[in-house]
Design a protein around this ligand. Sequence first.
Ligand SMILES: [Zn+2]
Length: 216
Amino acid sequence: MNILIMGPAGAGKGTMSELILKEYDIPHISTGDMLRENVRNQTDLGKEAKSYMEAGKLVPDSVIIAMVEKRLQEPDCQKGYLLDGFPRTVVQAEAFSEIADKIGKPVECVIALEVDFEVLKDRITGRRICPKCGAIYHIRNHAPKVEGICDECGAELTQRKDDTVEQLVVRMDEYEKATKPVIDFYEPKGVVMHVNAARPKEEVFGEIKEALGKIA
Ligand SMILES: [Zn+2]
């Protein structure tokens, strides 16, 4: 099962990824983690990436793509992969498409999680977190027993600094600009699955599972 997962912050990408991994026994590959791992293990590609990072430059696509190519050929990818946060651009998508074909692991499903702006706004602005134990609440959907107080540890709940409407608008704009063209690139291949993620997670995952079941 070769899967890409995409969705704006707050669409539940983390939750869906976890559920997919449990079901299909494939590795979760995020390019950020992969990059850090290569640098830490001082692989040739890691060293190359590091030289760019130290010069304050972006790691070029060719390096990232070479890392992905290598990663996907590791034994744990035998049953497939769940790629998260890659490809980020059409240029990357085109290059990745060639490589994925070459190593016999073409993308079979692009899960595009979609959430209406108003729903995201409500999710994000209503979110309260416990600075002490990390518990997450929502003032309407998952309210603590006592307003503003963590059920688990009694600490006072706070809001994340970037959980504001202004930040959400910026993030959504960035997401649209970067990701929409990538989804459009995969659309003619008939592998894109648009999922309305503004529903309970069981429902969202149910739909994903059904679609993936048809591929497997
Ligand atoms: Zn707490």
